[in-house]
Design a protein. Structure first.
Length: 336
Protein backbone atom coordinates (compact mmCIF):
# COMPACT_ATOMS: atom_id res chain seq x y z
CA UNK A 1 0.00 0.00 0.00
CA UNK A 2 2.14 2.91 -1.19
CA UNK A 3 1.69 6.22 0.54
CA UNK A 4 2.36 9.71 -0.65
CA UNK A 5 2.33 13.02 1.21
CA UNK A 6 1.46 15.91 -1.05
CA UNK A 7 3.01 19.36 -0.53
CA UNK A 8 0.29 21.71 0.72
CA UNK A 9 -0.57 25.18 -0.39
CA UNK A 10 0.11 27.84 2.23
CA UNK A 11 -3.46 27.87 3.54
CA UNK A 12 -4.33 24.16 3.11
CA UNK A 13 -4.05 21.20 5.45
CA UNK A 14 -1.62 18.48 4.42
CA UNK A 15 -2.82 15.34 2.68
CA UNK A 16 -1.59 11.73 2.75
CA UNK A 17 -2.62 9.25 0.03
CA UNK A 18 -2.97 5.53 0.81
CA UNK A 19 -3.37 3.02 -2.02
CA UNK A 20 -5.12 -0.33 -1.51
CA UNK A 21 -4.68 -2.98 -4.24
CA UNK A 22 -7.85 -5.02 -3.56
CA UNK A 23 -10.96 -2.95 -4.20
CA UNK A 24 -13.25 -5.53 -2.56
CA UNK A 25 -11.30 -5.32 0.68
CA UNK A 26 -11.27 -1.54 0.42
CA UNK A 27 -15.09 -1.60 0.36
CA UNK A 28 -15.07 -3.65 3.57
CA UNK A 29 -12.49 -1.29 5.06
CA UNK A 30 -14.71 1.74 4.38
CA UNK A 31 -17.83 -0.01 5.69
CA UNK A 32 -21.46 0.47 4.72
CA UNK A 33 -22.03 4.12 3.79
CA UNK A 34 -18.38 4.71 4.80
CA UNK A 35 -19.30 4.33 8.46
CA UNK A 36 -15.89 2.88 9.34
CA UNK A 37 -14.15 5.89 7.85
CA UNK A 38 -16.55 8.20 9.69
CA UNK A 39 -15.66 6.54 12.99
CA UNK A 40 -11.95 7.17 12.38
CA UNK A 41 -12.59 10.72 11.16
CA UNK A 42 -14.54 11.62 14.29
CA UNK A 43 -11.92 10.25 16.65
CA UNK A 44 -8.88 11.73 14.90
CA UNK A 45 -10.40 14.98 13.64
CA UNK A 46 -9.30 14.30 10.09
CA UNK A 47 -11.09 14.00 6.75
CA UNK A 48 -10.87 10.78 4.70
CA UNK A 49 -11.85 10.92 1.04
CA UNK A 50 -12.04 7.89 -1.24
CA UNK A 51 -10.57 8.27 -4.73
CA UNK A 52 -10.80 5.01 -6.67
CA UNK A 53 -8.55 2.55 -4.85
CA UNK A 54 -6.98 5.33 -2.79
CA UNK A 55 -7.89 7.04 0.46
CA UNK A 56 -6.82 10.63 1.03
CA UNK A 57 -6.25 11.61 4.66
CA UNK A 58 -6.47 15.35 5.25
CA UNK A 59 -5.53 16.93 8.57
CA UNK A 60 -2.67 17.58 10.94
CA UNK A 61 0.48 15.50 10.59
CA UNK A 62 0.15 13.51 13.83
CA UNK A 63 -3.51 12.64 13.20
CA UNK A 64 -2.76 11.62 9.62
CA UNK A 65 0.03 9.33 10.80
CA UNK A 66 -2.30 7.69 13.32
CA UNK A 67 -5.01 7.32 10.70
CA UNK A 68 -2.56 5.76 8.24
CA UNK A 69 -1.34 3.22 10.82
CA UNK A 70 -4.91 2.29 11.80
CA UNK A 71 -6.16 1.91 8.21
CA UNK A 72 -3.16 -0.21 7.20
CA UNK A 73 -3.58 -2.47 10.26
CA UNK A 74 -7.30 -2.92 9.55
CA UNK A 75 -6.61 -3.68 5.87
CA UNK A 76 -3.99 -6.27 6.86
CA UNK A 77 -6.61 -7.85 9.09
CA UNK A 78 -9.04 -8.04 6.19
CA UNK A 79 -6.33 -9.60 3.99
CA UNK A 80 -5.92 -12.36 6.58
CA UNK A 81 -9.63 -13.17 6.26
CA UNK A 82 -10.67 -11.70 9.60
CA UNK A 83 -13.63 -9.30 9.69
CA UNK A 84 -13.63 -5.81 11.18
CA UNK A 85 -16.42 -4.02 12.99
CA UNK A 86 -16.91 -0.92 15.12
CA UNK A 87 -15.34 -2.67 18.10
CA UNK A 88 -12.19 -3.59 16.17
CA UNK A 89 -11.87 -0.02 14.91
CA UNK A 90 -12.34 1.33 18.43
CA UNK A 91 -9.60 -1.03 19.59
CA UNK A 92 -7.21 0.21 16.91
CA UNK A 93 -8.00 3.80 17.80
CA UNK A 94 -7.22 3.07 21.44
CA UNK A 95 -4.03 1.19 20.64
CA UNK A 96 -3.03 3.78 18.04
CA UNK A 97 -1.04 1.21 16.11
CA UNK A 98 1.52 1.24 18.94
CA UNK A 99 4.42 -1.15 18.53
CA UNK A 100 5.01 -3.77 21.20
CA UNK A 101 8.27 -2.83 22.88
CA UNK A 102 7.45 -4.34 26.27
CA UNK A 103 9.69 -7.34 25.71
CA UNK A 104 7.18 -9.52 27.54
CA UNK A 105 7.41 -13.22 26.70
CA UNK A 106 4.18 -14.87 25.57
CA UNK A 107 3.07 -18.39 24.81
CA UNK A 108 2.27 -19.95 21.46
CA UNK A 109 -1.45 -19.93 22.34
CA UNK A 110 -1.72 -16.26 21.38
CA UNK A 111 -0.95 -14.90 17.95
CA UNK A 112 1.13 -11.80 17.36
CA UNK A 113 0.22 -9.52 14.46
CA UNK A 114 1.62 -6.39 12.89
CA UNK A 115 2.28 -3.68 15.46
CA UNK A 116 2.51 -6.17 18.34
CA UNK A 117 -1.24 -6.79 18.43
CA UNK A 118 -2.51 -9.88 20.20
CA UNK A 119 -5.41 -12.15 19.29
CA UNK A 120 -6.83 -15.10 21.21
CA UNK A 121 -8.21 -17.88 19.01
CA UNK A 122 -11.46 -19.56 20.09
CA UNK A 123 -13.87 -21.81 18.20
CA UNK A 124 -16.29 -19.02 17.29
CA UNK A 125 -14.18 -15.87 17.06
CA UNK A 126 -10.84 -14.17 17.35
CA UNK A 127 -10.67 -12.06 20.50
CA UNK A 128 -8.48 -8.99 20.33
CA UNK A 129 -7.53 -6.75 23.28
CA UNK A 130 -8.58 -3.16 22.63
CA UNK A 131 -6.35 -1.25 25.04
CA UNK A 132 -2.72 -1.47 26.16
CA UNK A 133 -3.85 -2.62 29.61
CA UNK A 134 -5.91 -5.43 28.06
CA UNK A 135 -3.02 -6.49 25.83
CA UNK A 136 -0.65 -6.67 28.79
CA UNK A 137 -3.28 -8.58 30.81
CA UNK A 138 -3.64 -11.22 28.08
CA UNK A 139 0.11 -11.73 27.88
CA UNK A 140 0.35 -12.03 31.66
CA UNK A 141 -2.38 -14.70 31.73
CA UNK A 142 -0.33 -16.86 29.37
CA UNK A 143 2.95 -16.16 31.17
CA UNK A 144 1.94 -16.62 34.82
CA UNK A 145 0.24 -19.40 36.73
CA UNK A 146 -1.66 -16.90 38.86
CA UNK A 147 -2.95 -13.62 37.44
CA UNK A 148 -5.19 -10.89 38.89
CA UNK A 149 -7.31 -8.50 36.81
CA UNK A 150 -8.61 -5.59 38.90
CA UNK A 151 -10.70 -2.68 37.68
CA UNK A 152 -14.18 -1.33 36.93
CA UNK A 153 -17.00 -3.05 35.07
CA UNK A 154 -16.78 -3.21 31.30
CA UNK A 155 -12.99 -3.43 31.03
CA UNK A 156 -12.98 -7.01 29.71
CA UNK A 157 -11.41 -8.67 32.76
CA UNK A 158 -13.68 -11.72 32.82
CA UNK A 159 -14.34 -11.85 29.08
CA UNK A 160 -10.65 -12.04 28.21
CA UNK A 161 -9.99 -14.55 31.01
CA UNK A 162 -12.68 -16.91 29.72
CA UNK A 163 -11.37 -16.47 26.16
CA UNK A 164 -7.87 -17.41 27.34
CA UNK A 165 -9.29 -20.44 29.14
CA UNK A 166 -11.13 -21.62 26.01
CA UNK A 167 -7.98 -21.09 23.94
CA UNK A 168 -5.87 -23.20 26.31
CA UNK A 169 -8.55 -25.88 26.48
CA UNK A 170 -9.00 -26.31 22.72
CA UNK A 171 -5.20 -26.17 22.33
CA UNK A 172 -4.77 -29.09 24.76
CA UNK A 173 -2.86 -27.01 27.33
CA UNK A 174 -5.42 -27.80 30.06
CA UNK A 175 -7.95 -30.61 30.49
CA UNK A 176 -10.85 -28.54 31.79
CA UNK A 177 -12.18 -25.06 32.51
CA UNK A 178 -13.50 -24.11 35.94
CA UNK A 179 -15.39 -20.84 36.36
CA UNK A 180 -16.53 -19.63 39.76
CA UNK A 181 -18.09 -16.63 41.51
CA UNK A 182 -19.10 -15.89 45.09
CA UNK A 183 -22.90 -16.25 45.33
CA UNK A 184 -23.28 -13.09 47.38
CA UNK A 185 -26.89 -12.18 48.03
CA UNK A 186 -27.75 -8.64 46.94
CA UNK A 187 -31.33 -7.90 47.85
CA UNK A 188 -32.78 -11.39 47.33
CA UNK A 189 -32.27 -14.34 49.68
CA UNK A 190 -31.23 -17.55 47.91
CA UNK A 191 -33.63 -19.57 50.02
CA UNK A 192 -36.62 -17.64 48.72
CA UNK A 193 -35.75 -18.15 45.05
CA UNK A 194 -37.64 -20.94 43.25
CA UNK A 195 -36.11 -24.26 42.18
CA UNK A 196 -33.30 -26.52 43.35
CA UNK A 197 -29.79 -25.34 44.24
CA UNK A 198 -28.69 -25.17 40.58
CA UNK A 199 -31.72 -23.00 39.76
CA UNK A 200 -30.91 -20.76 42.70
CA UNK A 201 -27.23 -20.16 41.85
CA UNK A 202 -27.40 -20.11 38.03
CA UNK A 203 -28.48 -16.43 37.91
CA UNK A 204 -25.22 -15.53 39.67
CA UNK A 205 -23.26 -17.55 37.11
CA UNK A 206 -25.04 -16.21 34.00
CA UNK A 207 -22.24 -13.81 32.93
CA UNK A 208 -19.90 -16.80 32.80
CA UNK A 209 -22.33 -18.79 30.66
CA UNK A 210 -22.68 -15.76 28.37
CA UNK A 211 -18.93 -15.48 27.88
CA UNK A 212 -18.55 -19.20 27.14
CA UNK A 213 -21.31 -19.08 24.54
CA UNK A 214 -19.44 -16.27 22.81
CA UNK A 215 -16.42 -18.52 22.26
CA UNK A 216 -17.86 -22.01 21.82
CA UNK A 217 -20.95 -23.36 20.01
CA UNK A 218 -23.83 -23.66 22.50
CA UNK A 219 -24.24 -27.41 21.89
CA UNK A 220 -20.55 -27.95 22.60
CA UNK A 221 -20.80 -25.90 25.80
CA UNK A 222 -23.71 -28.05 26.99
CA UNK A 223 -21.84 -31.26 26.14
CA UNK A 224 -18.65 -30.15 27.89
CA UNK A 225 -20.60 -29.14 30.98
CA UNK A 226 -22.31 -32.53 31.00
CA UNK A 227 -18.89 -34.23 30.73
CA UNK A 228 -17.53 -32.06 33.59
CA UNK A 229 -14.86 -30.62 31.28
CA UNK A 230 -16.39 -27.23 31.96
CA UNK A 231 -17.58 -26.48 35.49
CA UNK A 232 -19.46 -23.35 36.53
CA UNK A 233 -20.03 -23.28 40.26
CA UNK A 234 -20.26 -20.94 43.28
CA UNK A 235 -17.06 -20.30 45.21
CA UNK A 236 -18.29 -22.30 48.21
CA UNK A 237 -18.28 -25.47 46.05
CA UNK A 238 -14.49 -25.23 45.60
CA UNK A 239 -13.66 -26.14 49.22
CA UNK A 240 -11.66 -29.34 49.68
CA UNK A 241 -10.70 -29.71 46.01
CA UNK A 242 -7.34 -29.66 44.22
CA UNK A 243 -7.72 -28.13 40.78
CA UNK A 244 -5.09 -29.77 38.55
CA UNK A 245 -4.57 -29.36 34.79
CA UNK A 246 -7.32 -26.75 34.69
CA UNK A 247 -7.83 -23.14 33.70
CA UNK A 248 -9.59 -21.63 36.71
CA UNK A 249 -11.33 -18.23 36.84
CA UNK A 250 -12.70 -16.61 39.98
CA UNK A 251 -14.95 -13.72 38.95
CA UNK A 252 -16.29 -10.92 41.22
CA UNK A 253 -13.50 -11.73 43.66
CA UNK A 254 -14.11 -8.53 45.63
CA UNK A 255 -17.07 -10.39 47.18
CA UNK A 256 -14.93 -13.24 48.49
CA UNK A 257 -14.00 -13.02 52.16
CA UNK A 258 -10.36 -13.30 53.22
CA UNK A 259 -10.86 -16.92 54.28
CA UNK A 260 -12.63 -17.77 51.01
CA UNK A 261 -9.85 -16.17 48.97
CA UNK A 262 -7.17 -18.13 50.84
CA UNK A 263 -9.20 -21.32 50.37
CA UNK A 264 -9.57 -20.70 46.64
CA UNK A 265 -5.97 -19.71 45.95
CA UNK A 266 -4.69 -22.82 47.70
CA UNK A 267 -6.76 -25.01 45.36
CA UNK A 268 -4.20 -24.35 42.59
CA UNK A 269 -2.86 -27.70 41.41
CA UNK A 270 -0.17 -28.98 39.07
CA UNK A 271 -0.51 -27.86 35.44
CA UNK A 272 -3.19 -25.27 36.21
CA UNK A 273 -3.62 -21.56 35.57
CA UNK A 274 -5.72 -19.34 37.80
CA UNK A 275 -7.14 -15.90 37.02
CA UNK A 276 -8.81 -13.75 39.69
CA UNK A 277 -10.94 -10.81 38.55
CA UNK A 278 -12.69 -8.15 40.60
CA UNK A 279 -13.78 -4.55 41.08
CA UNK A 280 -12.91 -3.00 44.43
CA UNK A 281 -15.65 -0.37 44.02
CA UNK A 282 -18.45 -2.96 43.95
CA UNK A 283 -18.02 -4.87 47.21
CA UNK A 284 -21.34 -6.40 48.36
CA UNK A 285 -20.03 -8.01 51.55
CA UNK A 286 -21.67 -7.11 54.88
CA UNK A 287 -20.30 -4.05 56.61
CA UNK A 288 -17.12 -4.84 58.53
CA UNK A 289 -16.22 -7.94 56.47
CA UNK A 290 -12.84 -7.54 54.77
CA UNK A 291 -12.68 -8.22 51.03
CA UNK A 292 -10.39 -11.12 50.18
CA UNK A 293 -9.33 -9.31 47.03
CA UNK A 294 -7.89 -6.43 49.04
CA UNK A 295 -6.04 -8.86 51.31
CA UNK A 296 -4.64 -10.73 48.31
CA UNK A 297 -3.26 -7.48 46.87
CA UNK A 298 -1.63 -6.62 50.18
CA UNK A 299 -0.13 -10.03 50.83
CA UNK A 300 0.80 -11.37 47.39
CA UNK A 301 1.90 -8.41 45.28
CA UNK A 302 5.61 -9.04 45.90
CA UNK A 303 5.57 -12.78 45.04
CA UNK A 304 7.25 -13.71 41.76
CA UNK A 305 5.04 -15.28 39.05
CA UNK A 306 1.89 -13.70 40.50
CA UNK A 307 0.76 -10.91 38.20
CA UNK A 308 -1.46 -7.98 39.21
CA UNK A 309 -3.06 -6.07 36.33
CA UNK A 310 -5.07 -2.89 36.81
CA UNK A 311 -7.72 -1.25 34.63
CA UNK A 312 -9.31 2.20 34.70
CA UNK A 313 -12.32 3.86 33.07
CA UNK A 314 -10.10 4.42 30.01
CA UNK A 315 -10.15 0.66 29.42
CA UNK A 316 -13.96 0.35 29.35
CA UNK A 317 -15.01 -1.26 26.06
CA UNK A 318 -18.77 -1.13 26.54
CA UNK A 319 -20.90 1.87 25.56
CA UNK A 320 -18.85 5.11 25.80
CA UNK A 321 -21.25 6.38 28.45
CA UNK A 322 -20.14 3.59 30.79
CA UNK A 323 -16.66 5.09 31.06
CA UNK A 324 -18.11 8.52 31.80
CA UNK A 325 -20.42 7.06 34.47
CA UNK A 326 -17.49 5.30 36.16
CA UNK A 327 -15.40 8.48 36.09
CA UNK A 328 -18.28 10.48 37.62
CA UNK A 329 -18.65 8.02 40.50
CA UNK A 330 -14.88 7.89 41.03
CA UNK A 331 -14.74 11.69 41.36
CA UNK A 332 -17.56 11.61 43.91
CA UNK A 333 -15.94 8.86 45.98
CA UNK A 334 -14.58 10.43 49.20
CA UNK A 335 -12.13 7.57 49.58
CA UNK A 336 -10.28 8.64 46.42
Amino acid sequence: MPTQTLPPAATELQETLLEFPDNRLLIDLCGEYDRNLAQIENKLSIQIIRRGNQLALIGEEGSRARGEAILQTLYTRLESGAPIDAGEIDGELRMNGASDDTGVRHGDQIEMFKGGDVEITTRKKLVKPRTEAQKHYVKEMFDNELCFGIGPAGTGKTYLAVAAGVNMFIGGKVDRIILSRPAVEAGEKLGYLPGDMKDKVDPYMQPLYDALNDFLPSKQVAKLIEEKKIEIAPLAFMRGRTLSNAFVVLDEAQNATSMQMKMFLTRLGEGSRMVITGDRTQIDLPRGVQSGLRDAERLLSSIKNISFNYFTAKDVVRHPLVAKIIEAYDKDDPAK
